[in-house]
Design a protein around this ligand. Sequence first.
Ligand code: ES4
Ligand code: ZN
Length: 322
Amino acid sequence: MSLKNVPKVELHLHLEGAAPPAFIRGLAKRKNMDISGVFDADGGYAFTDFRHFLQVYEAATATLQTPEDYHRLTLAVLEESAANGVIYTESFLSPDFCGGRDVGAWREYLHAIRDAADQAEREFGIVMRGIVTCIRHFGPEKARQTALCAAETAGDWLTGFGLAGDERVGKPKDFAYAFDMAREAGLRLTAHAGEWGGAQSVRDALHDLRVERIGHGVRAAEDPALVEELAETGTVLEVCPGSNIALGLFRSWRSHPIGGFFDKGLKVTVSTDDPPFFHTSMTREYDRLADAFGWDDAVFTTLNTTAVNAAFCDDDTRAALL
Ligand code: ES4
Ligand code: ZN
C-alpha cells in the first residue's frame, strides 16, 4: 500500500535541490553549458559524499540564471510535490544563487518564485511559503548580506530565515548577527544542525541563534540530556530520514532515530530535503517509515499536525490546513 494520497505538510525543502535532473539538463542544453559531471550514467545526480553533494548542487544550480528560470523551476517542483499529496510546503530560497545577494535582483527572483507559487496554488492546490537561507560555508559576511535581502522582503509570504550548508565549517555564533537582523525583521528562525555536527552543534544553534526549529537534529540522539531539552523546549525537528540514509548517516530506516524521537514525544516532522538527489519523495518517506516503524494513519496525522503548528505561515493559513 502506498501513502501517496495522504495529505502531507513539508517544512524542509531546498528549492534548487528539488529540481528534477531532466529540468537542469534541459536548461544546460539551452544555454550550451557543459555540466556532464553533475549526472551519473542513469541521468540522475552523481555524488559520493556530502561535500561532493554540495559541489554538484552548486554546479546544477549554476544553470538557473534568471527569475524566469526560477519561475519554471518553482512550478515544476510544486507540481511534483502536489502529486505526492503535499498540501503545504516551506522551501529554502537562496539569495546567494538568486542574484548574488543584491537586494534589487533578489526582489525580482522572489517576485517570480511567488508568482509561480500563486499559480501552483490555483492549479494544484498546494500552498508554499519561503524561508531565505544563508549558506554556512560561504561565511558570515555573505550571511549578513543574505539576511539583509530577507529583512527587506519579509512578510506574509517570505516568513523565515535559516542556515544551511556545510555544518563542519564555522560555528552558529558566527551567524548570530545575521539571525538577529532576521529576527528584528519579524522572520521566524530555523537552522541546520545535528546532521554533520553532533549534539553540541544543536545546542549552539539553539542557544546562539535562538531558533525555534532545527533542520535535521538527528544526532541529538547521541545525548539524552539534549533530547530532554528538545522535549522541554518544544523544539521542532525537520527530520529528513531518506536524505540521512542516502548520505550514509544511518545504515537503515529501522536504525534511524526518528522512531525513538517520536516515541519520546519530541516534535518531529518529516521532509525530503532535496528529493531527486536522494531518490526520494514525500510518498516514499511515508511508505518507508510505515514499513520501518509500523506507523499508521494516526501517527502521520500527528506528524502533520505538529508540522502545521510549527509552520511559519500566518494563523489564517494555518487554520485552513488543520
Ligand atoms: C544544503 Cl546549501 C544546501 N543545499 C541543499 N541541501 C542542503 N543541505 C544542507 N545544506
Ligand atoms: Zn536541508
